[in-house]
Structure formats: C-alpha cells, structure tokens
Design a protein around this ligand. Sequence first.
Ligand SMILES: [Cu+2]
Length: 196
Amino acid sequence: MPKKVSVRFLTLNEYFDERGRLIQIIGDSKAPYGSPYVVTSDFSPTPPGQNVGATEQQVSNGTEEVWEIYNRTGDVHPMHFHLVNVQVINRQLFDESVFPGKINFTSPVIAPYNDEQGWKDTVRMYPGTVARVIMKFNLATITDAKGNPVNVKNDYGSIKYGQAPPSPRTGGNEYVWHCHILEHEEHDMMHALVVY
Ligand SMILES: [Cu+2]
C-alpha cells in the first residue's frame, strides 16, 4: 500500500423494500449498510426514509485514495467511476457473517485479472469480495488559447482559478460513481463524488 494514501471504506448492499422489491445501496463508514437503510450503533437497519446519510463521497482535489469496496450482495456489480480512472490493486474474500465488525478475510489477496491491467473506468465487484482500487482526483484546469488558466464566472459560490464553477449545493465539483446495471444505479447504487 503506498504511503500517505488514505483508505476509504465502502460497501455494496441489497435489501427488499416494503413492497418486496430488491434495492441496491452503497454504504460507507458512517452508514455501513447504506442509506436509506442507515444502520444504528447496534447495526440494526432503520426503516427506509428515516435517516438519509452517506449519499456522497467527499474528496480533495489532487489527492490519491485507495477505496476498499466490500460487496455484501449476491451479484457482480460493474462499478463505474466518473472524473477518475482507477487501478485494481487486488481483491480478497471476506466472511459476511461477522460484517461490519472486525472483518474476517477468508482468502489470500487475489491479483487483478489479465483484462484489468492499467487504468480502468469500470471494475467488476464480485460477491463476498472486497475490491481494492486506487485513484487520483484531478479536476481539469480550464485554460485560454495560450494555455493559461482562466476563471470561469457564474453566479454561484467561490470560483477557483482555472476550475469549472463549483456546485451551488455543495461548493465542490460534483461527479458520480455508480453501478452500471440500470436498475441498480436507479436505486442508491449511484453516489455523488464531490471534489473540493
Ligand atoms: Cu449493480
């Protein structure tokens, strides 16, 4: 693992909603089972819609991160990243029965497959498996014809030199990362990626 690279804990989850439909949800360290089924301290799910958290990942421009994405579901999810390309570091099986307590790994690390060398914008997430990927967040610099950074003005918030105007909602530049299976991303397996 490279030095000084922070590691982010994320999960992929599936639940049945009150009408029996299978719902796919991303979770993070604040809400390991995801929202709107945010778990409480005893890890029992709260009813849907009562506590919506963990719907975005906030990152800093120019930094590198390792994301450890634990797939607690029975499906393979092709997770797709906007803004960044990622490199697959490895995968490892884990025992879901003890999750999200101390994570019990049940296999050695598994190297990336032959079709996963180099930069990827989509990575397969296998059931019962954590996928570790590394990425660097670099916002584009907007330049004039001579290559000098320019300010792009709009009515919202602070304008960073050479950067696109930030979102009036968050003050950051917003992208998404999501499962590429349509009904999964239409649920909560699509999160905002907010770059500050
Ligand atoms: Cu999916």
